[in-house]
Design a protein around this ligand. Structure first.
Ligand code: IMP
Length: 197
């Protein structure tokens, strides 16, 4: 049977790969490049849910495809929930993960381990047949004092999930991370919904 096409509003190769691992059996997941969308999609909302909605609505309005988009924030308790919606550009330069991590580690240099609690939250907005739905996933953990591991992306090397064996996301395989991650859980909610239709 031919797979159904669905646009994932991203060009992040890591995220696409994660999503294809999770949904690839049933869906042909297209990226923004696959549909020839090369412009910067606005992400000006002040919540992750709002940004997910903005991106999905943009694709639906300008390209007409059914689609989904995700937005993720790392929320660190000792930093009052920051970087949150600023996660991609916390260090001052968009998508520069090394600077983002440097800033977090600098701000938290004196915070003891038991107070370094944090979580990732992902919101996914699906627009399908004119209907809009939100899905959410979350994973709780701790911010380590320094980087561990070289896999993954973003803040993976300083985030140690509580459900695990002490490794950071950057020390896990993609499969291990997907099984417990914020995005893995939000996508599981999305795919359960799509499968129920
Ligand atoms: P986005 O909204 O998914 O683009 O995520 C915003 C920022 O959060 C990214 O630029 C990364 O720095 C960070 N981020 C998102 N997902 C992950 C993840 O799975 N691991 C580590 N960092 C992430």
């Amino acid at each position: 049977m031919e797979k159904k096409k669905i646009v994932f509003a991203t060009n992040n190769a890591h995220k696409l790969e994660e999503l294809r691992q999770i949904m690839g059996d049933r869906y042909q997941v297209l990226s923004l490049a696959d549909i020839d969308c090369h412009e910067d999609i606005p992400e000006t909302a002040d919540t992750i849910e709002g940004n997910a909605r903005l991106k999905a609505e943009y694709i639906k309005t300008h390209y007409g495809y059914d689609c989904f988009s995700d937005d993720t924030g790392l929320e660190i308790d000792a930093l009052g929930g920051e970087p949150g919606v600023m996660s991609a550009r916390y260090g001052g330069v968009a998508h520069d993960s090394e600077r983002n991590i440097d800033k977090v580690l600098r701000l938290m240099a004196d915070v003891p381990m038991e107070q370094r609690t944090a979580h990732f939250r992902t919101a996914i907005c699906l627009i399908r047949d004119g209907e809009e739905r939100l899905f959410e996933g979350r994973v709780d953990g701790h911010i380590l004092m320094e980087r561990h591991g070289t896999g993954g992306f973003g803040y993976d090397s300083i985030f140690q999930p509580n459900e695990g064996d002490g490794r950071t996301f950057a020390q896990m395989t993609g499969e291990e991370k997907n099984a417990i991650s914020h995005r893995g859980r939000a996508v599981a909610a999305l795919t359960t919904y799509l499968a129920s239709l």
